[in-house]
Design a protein around this ligand. Sequence first.
Ligand code: SF4
Length: 125
Amino acid sequence: MDVNKICIVCPKGCHLNIEMNRDNAFLRVTGNLCIRGEQYAREEIDNPKRIITTTIKVIEGSIKRVPIKTATSISKSQIEDFITSATSMAVNAPVYMGDVLTIDGIQMKYICVIGRTVLKVDTKL
Ligand code: SF4
């Protein structure tokens, strides 16, 4: 079976034709202009990964939730575990853009990066 995908590794956007074997595993690719396209095609078929973004709760923050993203691509099969784990997590304000935090999932620990600074609200006012 063949699958057509556009390589997203660089702006050229090569149109890939990916052949798979009877077990739906990667066999070969055509249409790529470089080896990175082959690596992308192989990973897309055998173990697709993505950088995932979501938000988590901020306790005593100037806003209620802060955006986070995974520091590296995670397998598509781990996305639900990551989102479920992040949904039940909260951090204390202040947090700063670029801070790193670890989310304990059931399948693994996810290293994430905070996407925005959230200062602490002065509750004594
Ligand atoms: S195959 Fe190579 S040149 Fe083509 S889009 Fe992918 S990375 Fe870019």
